[in-house]
Write a protein that binds this ligand. Sequence first.
Ligand code: PLP
Length: 398
Amino acid sequence: MAFLRASWNILENYEFIAGTMGDAVPRAWRSWPEDVRIPVARPRLPAASDVMPYLERIDASRWYSNGGPLVCELEARIAQRFGVSSSRVALVANATTGLTLALEALEVPRGTLCMMPAWTFAASAHAALAAGLIPWFVDVDERTWSLTPALARNFLREAPGTVGAIMPVAPFGYPVDAEGWDELDAAEECAVVVDGAAAFDSARACSRAVVVSLHATKVLSAGEGGFVVCRDADTAVGIKARANFGFSGSREACINATNAKLSEYAAAVALASLDGWERRRAGFRRVAQEYAAALHGIPGVALQPGYGDEWVSATTNVSLPNGCIDPLEDALSAGGFGHRRWWGDGLTAHRAFSNCPRTRTAVTERLSATVLGVPCWEDLPNDAIVRIGETVREVCGR
Ligand SMILES: Cc1ncc(COP(=O)(O)O)c(C=O)c1O
């Protein structure tokens, strides 16, 4: 038991990573300790047997990376889903690098501002910094938790410098307003690059580039990976060259670049994940709908608009009445349920970004004090959701 506790202490800050290990976790670690029985996330990637046919193809082709057959097939299948030609899709090692390379391929001038919502994950700001831009944090819309084109237009009028790019974020998979961003992109002198990391289900081809993550915590996964759907083939070519040492048809490095290619092995996992997409999506949809039923009628408690009806996500985030988040966290922990404030206090609170300019972020502050991530995984049992709903009702319905 002492060993179990010690193991758990190591893992508890990395709950989702423990989940990521899935069946590879040693048996002892798999018996959840009594105080955390239902983790906040427990990803399930395709079973080895589902990946095997793709692995056998790798064995046969002896092509392991550098745009091999599986990467090409994955590109084609993603392109088909987005209704574009495969020349407009670039696979990358992860979404963070995908965002950076998209900004670079679009030649957003270094030193300019990249407007982005303060309510997002640290990766959005890291990506802009890596592209030589200055993240400029702005507030989000109260209802959708996102930076909307209308808000961005207003913020542009008070920009503290030249805005080279705008990075709207699809919060936890909530769909971005594709047409609205296209219009703004056409009207303004700045490139819109959408951070749709969690939005595999809802993302559509729009603006200059939409970047989606294939991390283990996302609805569709390669373990690590990502892709960019671009408005034009030139941008995709630019991203691919930048992800491959700046090579473009020869071994000469023509531009500043890095190595951010997706390997054939990661593509194999993503392809197997795509094969099971309908079942996977149905699992996440069931979880969302069970939560909607379990939380129904609790005053001041809400899920994101359209969640479970129009789009699915690998995280469930509950909006709570003021003052409920701390007691709810305590009650959930006591009941053996994991929970997480996925985006903490927003980007303005991170030390790494303390020098970045910002507007007032009152909505972001409210969201960080009222939005809590509750357990969400494809095969999360219904009775756990019912019990979590009862806990929310007890704490917030008083
Ligand atoms: C909003 C947002 N942007 C970017 C990322 C980074 O994605 P990746 O882990 O593929 O780099 C994440 C990851 O969760 C995210 O939530």
